[in-house]
Design a protein. Sequence first.
Length: 133
Amino acid sequence: MHRLVPILVLLIAACSERSSPSSAPPAPPAPTSPSPTPAPPPAPAASAPLGSRDNPVRCDMPAGQRAYLSRLRCPGGSAPTYERIGSFGKGPHGNVLDGYRLLCDGKETTVYIDMYHPGYSEPAPIPGFTIAP
């Protein structure tokens, strides 16, 4: 019983320190502001061709990638076939790039796409292609 007395004294002292009026109450949480409107995508690198690693096509997620690739037209007017060939690290806008291999009339082209631009749809075609509306 005598061993418990020092423990009880420590517990009571700890509880009284927590509830003492000299200790300040915790500060209320900082008010939160509404989410800012997303900024427009950065301007492309004028010195690099569209679709290159230095100037990737910008779009909104995988659906935007497929929509862009489906709008491309080969010189003869047909749609190219395409397949994803992988991720290629960070691009100029700080996002991971996806690479696609396009096949158009027997000619292979690689295009790099940055899909992390919400609401953006690339209006221009990559070199050597036209784009459908």
